[in-house]
Structures are given as C-alpha cells and as structure tokens.
Design a protein around this ligand. Structure first.
Ligand SMILES: *Cc1c(COP(=O)(O)O)cnc(C)c1O
Length: 812
C-alpha cells in the first residue's frame, strides 16, 4: 500500500507522494478532499522524507557511541510542525507547486494545522527552539515531556474579559507522532516501602502506564533528526483486574481515573508555583518514565555503568523534572547494583539544571507530607541525597538543606544533584549567584555557568518573515546565514546604502500590510501600515508590566485629546497574551486594556493618530504574524525579574527597535545592537531594590508626574468601562503597593516613548537603526545556545560527529 519512502525534493515526486497518501492513507478521492485531508496527505508525504535521516541519525549515535542529551521539560511549545518540517527539508517551493497542481493553496493547508500548545510561554518555547537547533547542529538528543490531551487553553474576550476554553489539538489525527507500544513503563504512586537495607521494595497504592509517542524533529537541510518522546497516561488493565477481583474496587477505580487524568491537561500557570498533588504526579510520571527509558537504552549498549556519564547527559528544564535525580539514584541502586554513595556521586555527573526564575512565588517547593504520601520511596531518597551532600560538604550551613521547614526546596535539591547549573542570561546568572544560590555557589564555585537563551532563526526569521529573509538571502548571496546567523553581520555595510535601506523598509512594510489586513479580517480594525506598530506580546504578568504600557497609552490618548491638531506621530498599540486563569490581577489588566481599546478606537479624534489592538489567543502562530510587522518591541519588565526573555530576541532580529529596561537578555541585546540603537529606560536592579525600600514610593512617583496622576484618576473615575469601582483593585495596587515599580518608572518610560515618536519621524535614521538590529542579532540564534550547552554543560566537544554534510540540497 505504502509507496517506497522517497527522498526526492522535486514537485513532481512530492505531488505523487501527496496523491498516494491522500488515496491510500487517508482514503479520499482528490475530488472530495477537504483542506484537512490535503494537510494530512502533505504531512505524511513530508514525514516519509524525515524517516530516513531519522534512522541514519540514530545509527550514527549508537554506532559511534556518541553522548546523548536528554532534555527533560514539562513543556514543549512547538506550535505547528508542518511548515518547520517542510522548510527544513527544503521542500517549501516543491510543496507549494505540488499543491497548486491539485488546485490547493499551500498557505491554507499550513494554517489548517492545530497548534501543539504544550506549554505556557517562554520556557516551553525555548525547549521547542532547542529541539530544532539540536537537530540542526547534529547534537544527538531526545526531548522528553508530556503528551497533554489539552494544551494551553484558548482565550477569547467576552466584553473585554478573558474567557478560557479547552484546546483540543488531538481532535484530528496527529500525523507526526509514532505510537510506541513497546516503550511503556508502569509508574507507581503512594503506598508503602518495605525493608531497612539499601534495597527497598516499594508497594505503590496505584499505578499508571506511561506510553511513549515519538515525534521526529528534523534539522535544517534535513541532515539530522532527533526524537521528541512524549508520555501519555494509560490504565494498567491487567493489574486493575487483579485488584478488582480481590475486591479492591476503590483502588482499581482510582488507578484508572488517575490514568485518565494525569496527562489530560497542561497546568496553565506561568511564573507561579502550582503546588497541587496532580502536578507533583505529572512531574514524577514523566520524569520516572524518562529516566527508566534512558537507562534501558544505556543498558542495551552493554557498557559498564561507569561509562554512563560519557554517554548520557540529562538536562532539567527548570525544577519540574528535579525528581529525576532521586529516580536515577533509585535505578542505579535497584537495577545496576550500585551502593548509595556511588549512585549519588554518579548522578551529579549526569544531571544538569537550568534555572528560569528568581521570583520567590515561582520557586518550586513541596510539603514533606504531600511528597511522602505520593512518593514514599523518593522522600526517603531525597533525605539521603541531602544527607550525602552534607557529608560530602561538612562545612555546609544548615539552612542549605534541601528540606527546610517541612518543605522540599526543589531548586536546592536540583542544584545539589547537578554537575552544572545554569542561568539563562548574563544578568540572571549573576543574580542567581547573589541571591537564591548565594551559599550553594560559595560551596560549589564552578557549578553555576551562564547560557544565554536563543531562538531558532529557521522559524523566527526565515519562514516567519519571507520578505526580509528574501532580501537577506539576496544581499548575502545565499542561505548560509540561516544556520550561521553570525553572517547577518554581512548586512552591516549595506546599511549606509540608501537604496538598500529602502528595500529593507519595503520588506517591513510588506509585513505591516499583511498584519493590517489580517487584523481587518479578524478584528475589524485595519491599522495604517505607515503608523508606528508598537508591540507587547507575552504572558500577562505584573512583573512584565503591561500596566505600564496601558497607562502610557491612556496618557498619550489624553494628550492627543487636549491638543488634537498637534503633530502627533501615529501609533498602533498592539497587545497579545494570556493570563493564568487563577491570576485575578492579570485578568483585570486584560480587561483594562480592552476597555481602553474600546474608548480609544471609538474616539473620532484618535482617527489616524492612535489605535489599540488586542487580538485574542496569542500563540506561536500569532507571534509569527505579529513579530515581522513590529516597529517597536516592548521589553519593559521590572529590572531583575525577567530571567532572559526570548520574545525580545525574535522582535529585534526582525528589525523592531526595543524600548526596554536593563533586565534579562535585554542587557546583552543592547550590547550587541549598540546602545544608540536601543531605547533604554528605567531603574536598574539595584535602584529597584533601593526604591522599593522607600516608604510611599508609588505616591511620590504619582505626585511627581502629572501625566501618571491624571491617567490613574481617569481609570479611577470610570472613564474605561463606566464603573468607577471596576478597577478599584488595580488603582489600589498602583497607589499603595506597586511592588513592580510601575509608578516609579513611569516618567522615564513616557519621555522615552516621546523620544521614540521623534525618532520614528526621521524614517531613514529609524530604518538604519532597525537594519542594524537585524545585522547584529546573529549571536541570539539558539544554535549558539545549544553549542554553549554542548561545551559548558554537556561536555560534548569532540564526542559527536555531525551527519554527512550534503550542502548541495535545495534551500528554498
Ligand atoms: C517567544 C514566545 C514567548 C516568550 O515571550 P517573552 O516575551 O520572552 O516572555 C511566549 N509565548 C510565545 C507564543 C512565544 O512565541
């Protein structure tokens, strides 16, 4: 039935594969096929072309006994895979042409794919970029995570309020995954532990099968492919039946309902700790299955366990997989016959931990009671791991224990068990050493390293921005820049050529027109492409300070109202982002933005001057539409709060200038693009600390800024939404608390925005600055980040051989 997996990239052969799949895999006649049928057929035809390089990569990895990275992450915010795969195989032109031959529109097919939104925001998207980059640089790797039935919720607005509905990305068949019935592990929870010796027997009260689903991730030019293995919960049928027959009805039913629940839904919190029993079970479930899978594969190699650190690196993406340390120790003792101390020492040579936040409310901890109830064997192991660390470091102060006031501090635990611990930007890594990990860093001065985040240029520049990437390819004489992003520096000499700069500006305008048309179609608002497109897209959180932006919007609106005929620089304020369903303040901020949009957009005096647009349901696909069209990138978090940010990189690469604080990777972006091409404002981390200690800092700031004082009183008197009480809490937070220093940074922010207006007025100069941003952002490719990990964290230099480079392949 199946055709031989072809490797040809010609439109004719691809068309033949599509047609075969439509007929034999989907069972549809071309005359009656829907867009979804064509998407399935194209996806399967593309997948056929991934399988061979995928197998070849696996053979090269095990044949060469190469070290493998295992990237453990609760979240992979992949988005749509079809376009990535098509682009990386160099099939973009062929796919377009082949579909045209059937009278089918390629773009419509691409947009039919549901998003795999298996993540909340930056952390999950980073994992997706790293999977793509590891495949591109030929780093042998497995991603391990959870196959949530429902990814991040879908957002809509009802009278301006966020309403969440379930997202069902698996409603139609997922053409990318391969179910692996042979890779299944029974994962237990609860119960009791038997035995006093080193070998204990755990009798779980319930268990769930972790069933593997594999998705191949293909790198640029199709040279290498890695596996993303996601675990799904399945009931343990035979076991249940036995218990049921013994009369343990409740136990049997509990296991079945847990199996149905455990991978049902992604926790929708971002930057707050979930602290729920089901969450702990999810974490253990995917971590235990992954560690067993890793060790089973290692055992198949027949090498002594002493070789493990030469073959296996495990990367913990934040502390969510931190139980993998205890699980690895358990497997080394139970299945590999090691004694406890050897197992604990070995674990440190295998595990590494990436810290993503210093926000106290987001640092994971579990109560000892809950942990012991759900994972009795592992509670025991955590105590012994902590004791082992203490014995190895007798000078360790008592506060450094992994267990503190009856809480297991997952950050401390992960730190103790990791060979390297990394922050995600230079500033964040420094702050890690100064704050949460100050004492552990003193004990282990070589353990903390920095790896600044990056983003994949394949998705975020090459395919997101065809207008600009076409110009870059033509200017640089080829697509070498797509996987050697430093080559963007070759654009720099052209920046002083007015003709070239006009073409750069024309590319930006093409993206702005496309966005404007899309907003017109979907929102009924068609912004003028010649206005300044000012974009803030990210999760809604107080520390990210969307409130600062909307307050300035109100002040700008008010200023225009006072003097409509002045020479205002036309501006379009674009917001995008979701709030965690339980985060009431963030949801009020959303409501306020929508209420302000309502007032501004219906004010005739704003026509051609100011528009506020907030398209609902920000996700990867929307990011791809918005980012190429942005003139200004809002990266305005309170200094010290944003670990890195990656949206900041995507936007700058695409020629948006940043208005930003000295926070996260903004600091490094500014160094790379040059301070004269970056709009800096606001307090530094140290100034923030000092200001917060000042009594009544918010009131003082409000008293010092008439614009701010007026904006707040406009809110407090019901200008937006009609009801003065509606934003009572936001007004109270701003005037009486203001933990994120919105008021104290307001005046500087406002005057920087007015400087930006003036700057945008000199369009040639603005375009030059934008082009310099693109030319100087090459360092922020996630290929560079992955190479940093290989060198600084995974110790992989020289241990791997990238697959044969057949550079002659089509590039699209
Ligand atoms: C890049 C990205 C993020 C991260 O944005 P930040 O501005 O770094 O917080 C979040 N969500 C989506 C969909 C993204 O593409």
């Amino acid at each position: 039935m199946m055709t031989v997996a072809p490797r040809s990239t010609s439109p004719k052969d691809l068309g033949r594969s599509i047609s075969d799949h439509l007929t034999y895999s989907i069972g549809k006649d071309a005359a009656h096929a829907s867009v979804q049928d064509w998407r399935m057929a194209l996806s399967l035809a593309v997948r056929d072309r991934i399988v061979e390089p995928w197998f070849a990569s696996t053979r090269a990895t095990y044949g060469g006994r190469l070290k493998r990275v295992h990237y453990l992450s609760m979240e992979f915010l992949i988005g749509r895979l079809l376009e990535d795969s098509v682009v990386n195989l160099g099939l973009d032109n062929a796919a377009r042409e082949a579909l045209r031959g059937f009278g089918v529109d390629y773009d419509e097919v691409i947009h039919d794919e549901p998003e795999a939104a298996l993540g909340n925001g930056g952390l999950g998207r980073l994992a997706a970029c790293y999977m793509e980059s590891m495949a591109t640089v030929g780093c042998p790797a497995y991603g391990y995570g959870l196959r949530y039935e429902h990814g991040l919720f879908r957002q809509r607005f009802d009278h301006g309020r966020q309403v969440e509905t379930a997202e069902s990305w698996l409603k139609s068949r997922n053409p990318w995954e391969f179910e692996r019935p042979e890779a299944a592990y029974e994962i237990g929870f609860g119960g009791w532990v038997e035995g006093d010796g080193p070998k204990k027997i755990w009798h779980p009260a319930e268990s769930v099968i972790a069933a593997a689903y594999d998705t191949p991730i293909i790198g640029w030019r199709g040279r290498w492919a890695n596996t993303l293995r996601l675990w799904s919960g399945k009931p343990v049928q035979e076991f249940d039946l036995a218990r049921f027959n013994r009369g343990e009805y409740v136990g049997a039913a509990a296991a079945e309902s847990l199996a149905r629940t455990i991978t049902r839904v992604l926790y929708p919190d971002d930057s707050t700790e979930a602290g729920k029993e089901l969450r702990l079970k999810q974490e253990y479930f995917f971590t235990a299955a992954s560690v067993r899978d890793i060790m089973r594969r290692f055992a198949q190699g027949g090498e002594p366990v002493a070789r493990l650190p030469d073959r296996v690196a495990i990367q913990m993406n934040d502390t969510h997989p931190a139980i993998s340390g205890a699980e690895l120790v358990r497997v080394l003792i139970d299945d590999f016959g090691q004694d406890f101390d050897d197992a604990a020492d070995m674990a440190v040579r295998v595990l590494n931990y990436t810290n993503h936040t210093l926000l106290p409310e987001a640092l994971e901890s579990w109560s000892e009671g809950l942990f012991r109830k759900v994972l009795p064997r592992h509670m025991d192991l955590v105590e012994r791991i902590d004791d082992h660390h203490k014995r190895r470091h007798p000078s360790r102060p008592w506060e450094l224990s992994a267990i503190h006031h009856g809480q297991i501090q997952m950050g401390n635990l992960a730190f103790m068990q990791s060979g390297q611990v990394n922050g995600v930007s230079a500033l964040h890594t420094d702050l890690m050493k100064d704050s949460v990990f100050h004492d552990l860093n003193a004990l282990h001065p070589d353990r903390i390293v920095n790896v600044t985040n990056g983003v994949t240029p394949r998705r975020w520049l090459y395919s997101a921005n065809p207008a600009l990437s076409g110009l870059i390819t033509e200017t640089l004489g080829g697509t070498g820049w797509v996987d050697h992003l430093d080559q963007l520096a070759g654009l720099e000499p052209h920046v002083s050529d007015p003709g070239w700069l006009d073409r750069y500006a024309a590319a930006k305008r093409t993206s702005k027109v496309a966005l404007s048309n899309w907003l017109g179609k979907t929102m009924g608002l068609t912004p003028d492409p010649d206005a300044l497109f000012d974009v803030q897209i990210k999760r809604i959180h107080e520390y990210k300070r969307q409130l600062l932006n909307i307050l300035e919007t109100i002040a700008f609106w008010d200023a225009i109202r006072q003097n409509p005929e002045a020479a205002w620089q036309p501006r379009v304020k674009i917001f995008g982002g979701k709030a965690a369903p339980g985060y009431a303040v963030a949801k009020e901020i959303i409501h306020l933005i929508n209420d302000v949009a309502q007032v501004v957009n219906s004010d005739p005096a704003m026509k051609g001057r100011l528009m506020v647009v907030y398209p609902p349901n920000y996700n990867v696909s929307m990011a791809v539409r918005l980012i190429p069209a942005a003139d200004l990138s809002e990266q305005i978090s309170t200094a010290g709060k944003e670990a890195s940010g990656t949206g900041n990189m995507k936007l700058s690469m695409n020629g948006a200038l940043t208005i930003g604080t000295l926070d996260g990777a903004n600091v490094e972006i500014r160094e790379h693009v040059g301070p004269e091409n970056f709009f800096l404002f606001g307090m530094t981390t140290q100034q923030v600390e000092a200001r917060r200690a000042l009594p009544d800092h918010a009131r003082k700031a409000i008293a010092g800024s008439p614009e701010l004082s007026r904006a707040i009183s406009l809110i407090a008197t019901g200008t937006f939404g009609g009801d003065p009480a509606r934003y009572g809490r936001l007004v109270d937070i701003l005037t009486n608390w203001d933990s994120y220093l919105v008021c104290s940074d307001f005046a500087d922010y406002l005057s920087t925005q007015r400087r930006i207006d003036a700057s945008f007025g000199d369009r040639a100069e603005w375009n030059r600055m934008a082009a310099l941003n693109t030319a100087r952002m090459g360092w922020f490719s996630s290929d560079r980040s992955v190479r940093d990990y290989m060198e600084r964290v995974w110790q992989m230099e020289g241990s791997y051989e990238p697959a044969a480079k057949d550079a002659g392949r089509a590039t699209g």
